[in-house]
Design a protein around this ligand. Structure first.
Ligand SMILES: [Mn+2]
Length: 364
């Protein structure tokens, strides 16, 4: 038995305001559509699973653009044409914030009659002798998972931070969405992650099995795996070589002792070495406050026009230096200091301030 688990396709997401001249479509949005359609065709022809699970956030918004809806119909239609059962649950992005506004899956349901769209309430299906428990993200989803009477088979949910630990051993596989990083906290539970890099924030180290892993430094950044998960005879295997947009951490420069010209030159060289059509972020550490506006943007723009996006991420000098020296603070008579600055305040305000300081002292 083999199935495919994917999630967070976010069809309809637009970025960068760059328009494709032929179609008039946002380039980022258009590439998302093309890649999702190609991915579904590959799943159907190359991986040929017994069934498919989409764990939510099919769309980026509960009111998706027309092109997102037609892409969803075309792409999921590939599975219908190949007679591969497909289960799609609602994610928080698919769900309107108020009842009465309807659900975008209503439209899909009318067109794709063989696909299961789960968006109103939890439903259980039988698939290849497995119970498939699908719990959509709804406005009042709390507690739904606890209400499943049969705690075995496959559980599909959109985002859950803490499942009761006994669940971990009871379900054979827990297919999750919402977290865009492909990872797992327990043996039988997996976040497939998003199929694409949707923000630069997703360029972070993989932390399989340990969500408390310290963030690595910029230099150590690895690329998070993006793709789908194939589960064959109970073994989960990430498949990451599917069509997706290119997003890179292009480089990081420590700007201390660097001139405006050198920094501009560095950014241009990174842009120059980055593939056509890619999204690229350059991080500048320890920039002086007035330096960012002084960069030669005309030159940078010229040198990066082959890219879909060039983001200059600036960490200013002293930005993170809030580390109070506590031993120094101890020597300071806080009340005396407060009194000095509070000469003109009313007695009530003075009393209130004094109480706050006393409280803070106790907490310490
Ligand atoms: Mn999402």
């Amino acid at each position: 038995m083999k199935f495919i688990h994917l999630a967070d396709t976010h069809l309809g997401k637009r970025r960068y305001g760059r328009v494709d001249h032929e179609t008039g479509m946002n380039i980022f949005e258009k590439q998302l559509y093309e890649n999702f359609l190609a991915t579904c065709k590959l799943i159907a022809t190359k991986y040929k699973p017994d069934f498919i699970i989409h764990a939510g956030d099919l769309f980026d918004s509960p009111r998706p653009p027309i092109n997102a809806i037609s892409t969803a119909i075309d792409a999921l239609g590939v599975f219908e044409d190949s007679n591969i059962p497909c289960y799609v649950i609602s994610g928080n992005h698919d769900q309107n914030k108020t009842i009465g506004k309807g659900h975008p899956f209503e439209i899909l349901k009318r067109t794709l009659s063989d696909t299961e769209f789960i968006y109103k309430k939890p439903e259980t299906f039988k698939q290849n002798d497995y119970s498939l428990h699908c719990i959509p993200y709804t406005l009042d989803a709390s507690g739904d998972v606890v209400n499943i009477s049969e705690k075995s088979g496959i559980l599909v949910m959109h985002g859950i931070e803490e499942l009761p630990s006994y669940y971990m051993s009871e379900f054979e596989y827990i297919a999750l969405g919402h977290d865009h990083k492909m990872h797992s906290l327990y043996v039988n539970e997996r976040y497939s992650g998003s199929t694409e890099y949707l923000t630069y924030g997703e360029l972070q180290p993989i932390d399989f099995h340990n969500k408390h892993t310290k963030k690595k430094s910029w230099e150590e950044i690895e690329t998070v795996q993006k793709g789908i998960i194939e589960v064959k005879d109970g073994v989960a295997n990430p498949i990451c070589d599917l069509p997706k947009m290119k997003m890179y951490q292009g480089g990081t420069l420590n700007c201390i002792d660097k001139s405006i010209g050198e920094i501009t030159e560095y950014i241009c060289s990174i842009a120059d070495n980055t593939t056509i059509g890619a999204q690229c972020r350059v991080t500048l550490l320890n920039m002086a406050n007035d330096m960012k506006s002084a960069l030669d943007y005309r030159l940078i723009k010229e040198q990066s026009k082959h890219l879909l996006d060039l983001t200059i991420d600036v960490k200013y000098l002293d930005q993170d230096k809030v580390d109070l020296n506590l031993s120094e603070l101890d020597k300071l008579d806080i009340f005396a200091e407060f009194q000095k600055f509070a000469i003109n305040v009313s007695p009530q305000v003075f009393e209130f301030g004094k109480q706050l300081l006393e409280g803070a002292k106790q907490v310490e």
